[in-house]
Design a protein around this ligand. Sequence first.
Ligand SMILES: [Zn+2]
Length: 58
Amino acid sequence: MAEKRQFLGIMFECCHVYGRIYKNKEGTAYEGRCPKCFKHVSVRVGEGGTSNRFFKAY
Ligand SMILES: [Zn+2]
């Protein structure tokens, strides 16, 4: 079985750059860092997964 790394498209408002963040091991949240300033962001996964495909990090 192929294990898919689920990711989320995210706009980092801090630097106005678009990037991706990936689901953590526990599958409870998407976590990643801004590619420019390396600010850590996390987006919690809602019940049944998030319906929103795009998020903004402030
Ligand atoms: Zn940034």
